[in-house]
Design a protein around this ligand. Structure first.
Ligand SMILES: [Zn+2]
Length: 274
C-alpha cells in the first residue's frame, strides 16, 4: 500500500508535457537575417603594429576575422561578412567607414591585436634581426565610443563579448587604466567584462551601427604572440564571439515578430528632451 502511494505521488509529480503551462516565448535569434560585419583592422599596405617576431598586425587580424567568420557561418549566420580594406592608413580608414555605413548590418566588430607604446619597447634578436618586444602586458581588451550613435547597443555587445571570453579562459588586461599609459590611458566602463571607452576612435564613433573593437591580445608579448597564432586559441575566441553574437541577436533581432515589433516601437520613440 505504502509503495503504491509512493508510486502515485511520483506519477503526480511528473506533469505530462501537454498539461504544462505554456512558457512565455524567450527571444530566439533570427540568424538568417542578422548581419555582422567583421572588420579586419588595418590593411595589407599599412599593417598596424609589428609583432615581437616581425609579423604585421594585419595578418593576425585577417586570420582571426576569417576564423570568426567561419564560426558564424557554420552556426547559420549566413550574412556574415569580413570587411578587408585596401590602401594606406588614413585614406583606407575613410573608405572603411564609408563602405561599412552603406552596408545593411546589425553589428560592426573590428578585429585588432595589441602592442605597447614605444616607451615600453625592449629589444631582442629574432630571425637574425633586432626586434622590439614587451612581455609586460598580456590579455585582450574591448572598446566602445560614447560618440557612437548606438552606444547602448554597442555597450551591450561589448559586455556580452567580454563575458563570453571569460569561461574560455581569457582575462582582459587592466593596464589601460594606469597612469603610465599617459595619453593612451582609457576609462574602464565595465570592470567585470573588461570594456573600455575609446571615444575618439574613428571606427567606433563614425560607424552608424552598434560598433565594438576587440584587441584580441598582445602580439608584442613574445609568449602571447605564439598563442594568438594557434588554431586552438583562435577557436576559443571564435566560440566566444559566436556566443556573444547569438545573445545579442536574440535581443536585437528576435525571431518572434511580436517581440521585434515591440523593440522597434520602443526604438522609434523620440528621446525625452533634456
Ligand atoms: Zn590595430
Amino acid at each position: 500500500m505504502r509503495l503504491r502511494l509512493a508510486l502515485l505521488a511520483l506519477l503526480l509529480m511528473q506533469v505530462p508535457a501537454w498539461a504544462q503551462e505554456p512558457k512565455p516565448e524567450a527571444p530566439v535569434c533570427d540568424r538568417a537575417n542578422f548581419r555582422v560585419i567583421l572588420d579586419v583592422g588595418h590593411s595589407f599596405q599599412s599593417g598596424g603594429a609589428l609583432s615581437a617576431r616581425g609579423v604585421s598586425e594585419y595578418e593576425f587580424n585577417l586570420g582571426l576575422a576569417t576564423r570568426i567568420e567561419r564560426e558564424l557561418l557554420d552556426a547559420g549566420f549566413a550574412k556574415t561578412v569580413v570587411l578587408v580594406t585596401e590602401g594606406k592608413a588614413r585614406p583606407s580608414l575613410a573608405a572603411r567607414v564609408a563602405k561599412a555605413n552603406r552596408m545593411p548590418a546589425q553589428l560592426f566588430l573590428s578585429i585588432h591585436h595589441d602592442s605597447v607604446p614605444n616607451w615600453f619597447l625592449e629589444t631582442w634578436q629574432y630571425g637574425g634581426k633586432e626586434r622590439g618586444f614587451s612581455d609586460r602586458f598580456k590579455g585582450h581588451s574591448i572598446f566602445v565610443s560614447e560618440d557612437n550613435s548606438q552606444l547602448a547597443a554597442s555597450l551591450m555587445f561589448a559586455r556580452l563579448l567580454g563575458n563570453a571570453l571569460k569561461p574560455n579562459g581569457m582575462e582582459y588586461t587592466p593596464h589601460y587604466t594606469k597612469a603610465f599609459m599617459r595619453n593612451r590611458r582609457r576609462i574602464l566602463v565595465d570592470a567585470f567584462s573588461g570594456v573600455y571607452r575609446y571615444d575618439q576612435l574613428i571606427v567606433l564613433r563614425q560607424i552608424n551601427k552598434p560598433s565594438v573593437l576587440l584587441e584580441a591580445g598582445s602580439i608584442i608579448n613574445r609568449d602571447e604572440e605564439l598563442a594568438l597564432a594557434t588554431p586552438e586559441h583562435r577557436a576559443r575566441i571564435s566560440a566566444a564571439a559566436l556566443d556573444a553574437v547569438e545573445k545579442f541577436c536574440a535581443l536585437r533581432l528576435p525571431k518572434n515578430p511580436e517581440l521585434l515589433a515591440r523593440r522597434q516601437r520602443k526604438e522609434a520613440m523620440p528621446l525625452e528632451p533634456r
